[in-house]
Design a binder for this molecule. Sequence first.
Ligand SMILES: C[S@@+](CC[C@H](N)C(=O)[O-])C[C@H]1O[C@@H](n2cnc3c(N)ncnc32)[C@H](O)[C@@H]1O
Length: 512
Amino acid sequence: MAWTCGYVTQLDYSYGYYRELNPAMLRLVCLCSAIEPQLRDRPTYLELGFGQGLSINLHAAATDGRFWGTDFNPGQAVRARELAAASGADLHLLDDSFEEFAARTDLPDFDIIALHGIWSWISDANRRTILDIIRRNLRAGGVVYVSYNCLPGWAPAIPVRQLMALYGDYGGGQMTAPLGAVDGALQFSADVLKAGSRYFRENPSAAHHFERLSKQSRNYIAHEYLNADWYLVHFSDMARSLQEAKLSFVGSARLMDRIDGMHLTEDGRKLLSGIGHPVLRETVRDYLVNQRFRCDVFVKGPRSISGPRQRDAWHAQQFVLTRCPEDIPKKIGGSLGEFELSKEIYDPVITVLSESSYAPKRIDDLMASPKLRGIKMNDVVEALVVLTGAGFVSPAQSITEEIIERCQALNQHICRQALMSTDLAYLASPVSGGGILVPHICQLFMLALQQGKSNVAELANFVWEVLDSVGERLMRDGKRVQSNEENIEEFRSMAHRFLNRTLPLLQALKVL
Ligand SMILES: C[S@@+](CC[C@H](N)C(=O)[O-])C[C@H]1O[C@@H](n2cnc3c(N)ncnc32)[C@H](O)[C@@H]1O
């Protein structure tokens, strides 16, 4: 078989950023599970299948450590290396297949091995190779992050995926361009559905799944549905596989999964509290929430920390806002629906986090504020976990001059790219040790500031000239805003918001 092993390579994978892969977040996950984060100050980090390489580049620039990554798609490796060259980070990006990587003799022992969006879409042989890499190259005490599609959530969609994949294999998918194959597979599945398929009639959730699917991006559909491999497991299977590499489950990397009140009914909580074995408990939890996708953290030789040491570690941890207070929603989605963030707790926590120009704060700093008088520490801890899990807050780390220089160099490169493309929507923060969402227009505002423009009109004109020169216009309600005046007016109001709201936060995060 070709080097692709049946993996869809003709369509570019998206430029996603995944903050769960940030070493600082992995430390926090361990801490939340009362497991000692045994990571060294300057960890060695490996990302397998880095895709476009945005996550690994942002983490390598913003964190002190030695970073390695491999992805067998050479086009992606070339683009990811451009970012690494811009930041000057200690980052080795290879275009080895997992098999080639496993055969290398120049690898260090890793403190962290992370793979996001890989496990479910590769062959059995490749999964065995990855287990082998973990077994041989993860240091004792090291951390593995792995995400995967899981059961029972995906179960009703298995036949839909089978139809799509079979069309790709036998129905003309090989003769058309990749996007044509996606459209053809969708049309083919729609024909089966419309032809009165009893399967779809008797399994309405499969029909709903298909309806939702047809609205997704074609690139995503190609990667999810037309790959040669698609492997679904229950959590218990995953835990068993990683046990072979001496790993134990620590917890979900998605911190909000820990907030039972958002996901479980009272009966569900009671049921879980009676289950002793963590693997059975976690598997049953997936049935309760109909889990489809998991992001798990495992450790090789986890060491529990006692209550007082866990408390001390929490007290030493600093947190920083990564979203302007005005942009933090009052409700967050959970398995049980919308979860209202209690005004009495969340408003003062967010307000105090934004004080002193958003300087990072410890729990004691928060508790010392009169604005939090009467609020229990456990509630503050839970609020920090929820806000961090939702991406509005991040653990803050200590900063070095080198980290600042690398982040600034990378951010400048990404902002210059914004003159030609809208692909990269994140910049590196030395404070959070990872990526911060900075949409395209804000990146252009940052460029304008660097060129000495400073007021609303200058920023708006700069962005307008850039977009006008390539024939771009703003979109409103799905339509292009045609008139120049309306475009400029809208850019002015964006520039006003940027200067007054976004810029102070980006400065505090040392993004610029
Ligand atoms: C679904 S993408 C996920 C990319 C990235 N981790 C992310 O989440 O954005 C899977 C990636 O794995 C890479 N890949 C698949 N099979 C591989 C193999 N056998 N060896 C190395 N890389 C592989 C693909 O090139 C692709 O970039």
